[in-house]
Write a protein of this length. Structure first.
Length: 165
């Protein structure tokens, strides 16, 4: 849980393996682009830092967070990725729309992961306001994009290690 004292993107407690042998998809929502662009940069930069080759990263844009599900499904249907990262931002408004979208996206991403038997990473901010989103997109709580990329690498590595045993 994020607090004012905790940067969530601190990976000092774990070792992130090399990403050199893996292929990644990144699906990014265009809605709230000020936020999702920073999430994307964090995810892409961490993949590169951990050794992923640029040609092994496929990035696509979808209109909004709701479309992350079909974007991930299309990517996994057409390419042999080791993991797909979904990046979006849903900010609560005055109607229950927020609840429906967040629930549908979370369930949809889980279902795509199960359908394809591949890690599909939930890098979607579900915040109460713009400030909370900025805090989690490179602000005082780190960058959720970094976290999503680290999770994708760890899960791809897990899949590889279980396959080779």
């Amino acid at each position: 849980m994020a607090t004012q004292f905790k940067n969530l993107s601190d990976f000092s407690h774990t070792t992130i393996p090399s990403a050199a042998n893996f292929r990644f998809g990144i699906v990014t929502a265009q809605w709230n682009a000020e936020i999702t662009g920073v999430l994307y940069k964090g995810a892409y930069d961490l993949l590169i830092k951990q050794g992923a080759a640029p040609e092994n990263i496929t990035s696509v844009l979808v209109p909004g967070s709701f479309e992350l599900v079909s974007g991930a499904d299309i990517l996994l249907s057409k390419h042999p990725f080791d993991a797909v990262i979904c990046l979006g931002c849903v900010i609560q408004g005055e109607t229950p729309h927020f609840d429906y979208i967040c629930n549908a996206v979370a369930n949809g991403i889980a279902n795509v992961s199960i359908k394809h038997n591949k890690p599909v990473i939930f890098g979607v901010l579900t915040t109460l306001n713009q400030e909370q989103s900025l805090d989690r997109a490179g602000g005082k709580h780190g960058n959720k994009g970094d976290e999503a990329a680290a999770t994708a690498i760890l899960m791809a590595d897990l899949g590889y290690n279980l396959e080779t045993k």
